[in-house]
Design a binder for this molecule. Structure first.
Ligand code: AMP
Length: 286
């Protein structure tokens, strides 16, 4: 496994892989790897000859007062995990190489970034779209693999690559959960033991939503109310949003007619946790 820290070097390497007719699969991450990331790598490995994983805590997707400085980092551990998964190249650039002095170009995806996390994190998706565009230009993947845990991010990247004619395939991978049902996240590292019970209310809230849907309920406000009440009954939770949206446009829906997603963001102690469920898809939660 090679570690490449320089953008230009990565670009040259990607070009030479392409010239050999080999396919590149790419998994962008912010590191502090967990089983969710590793599952993305396993899926990506099936899709290409060379697997590139980037580890970059991207400052432009954090707003003022968010956890950019505190975001957990452990490159040595990430390196060992990536090696075990058969990653061919870790791309590990510095902030200065990605955003040198004078940097001033950003990518904005409009409608799909307005709702949900876009409401409370106004610069977040601009940062995500920008860094992904840069990473795609550097790593030159044939396929890029993203997790459905960050559902709005996946929709945004699909929209962006289609709108800007980026010649690659975007693959979405199901959410990986801990054995108790909590969606895996690097930010779970912030949770104190006593906060885990409150954190469990997200996935269990989704289970309540699924049950209502499976029993025939189609009114978004009824399902949202039940989920909110359940989460609020757990001490230490502070709901940012509970919303039901069209799975493609991410606009709020009143009635679940087309494919819809319920998305949650809840602060539990320090971390703001997110989770979601696409109605009609499996949801395996104990
Ligand atoms: P991050 O390092 O949090 O930016 O995540 C990197 C990639 O891993 C993104 O595509 C995430 O959606 C994905 N990911 C993170 N956690 C999970 C999870 N629990 N299940 C599936 N994918 C995940």
């Amino acid at each position: 496994m090679d570690i490449i820290r320089n953008c230009r070097e990565m670009q040259l390497r990607a070009e030479s892989i392409r010239q050999e007719g080999r396919r590149i699969a790419f998994v962008p991450t912010m590191g502090y790897l967990h089983e969710g990331h590793l599952n993305l790598m396993r899926e990506a490995k099936k899709l290409a000859d060379e697997l590139v994983v980037s580890i970059f805590v991207n400052p432009t997707q954090f707003g003022p007062g968010e956890d950019y400085e505190k975001y957990p980092r452990d490159f040595e551990r990430d390196e060992a995990l990536a090696k075990q998964e058969g990653v061919d190249i870790i791309f590990y650039p510095s902030v200065d190489d990605m955003y040198p002095p004078g940097y001033q170009t950003y990518v904005t995806v409009e409608e799909v970034t307005r709702n949900l996390c876009g409401m409370s994190r106004p610069v977040h998706f601009r940062g995500v779209a920008t860094v992904c565009t840069k990473l795609f230009n550097i790593v030159k993947p044939h396929t890029a693999v993203f997790g459905k845990k960050d559902y709005q991010q996946l929709v945004t990247i699909r929209r962006m690559t289609a709108d800007l004619n980026m010649d690659m395939e975007i693959v979405g991978v199901d959410i990986t959960r801990e054995s108790d049902g909590i969606a895996m996240s690097s930010r779970n590292a912030y949770l104190k033991q006593e906060e885990r019970e409150a954190a469990l209310s997200l996935s269990r809230g989704l289970k309540i939503a699924k049950k209502l849907y499976d029993d025939g309920e189609r009114g978004a406000s009824v399902i949202i109310r039940a989920v909110r009440e359940y989460i609020e009954s757990h001490e230490g939770t502070d709901i940012d949003y509970v919303k039901i949206c069209d799975a493609e446009t991410l606009e709020d829906v009143e009635t679940l007619e087309r494919e819809s997603v319920i998305a949650l963001a809840v602060r539990v102690g320090l971390p703001r946790l997110i989770d979601n469920h696409v109605f009609g898809e499996p949801l395996i939660i104990p």
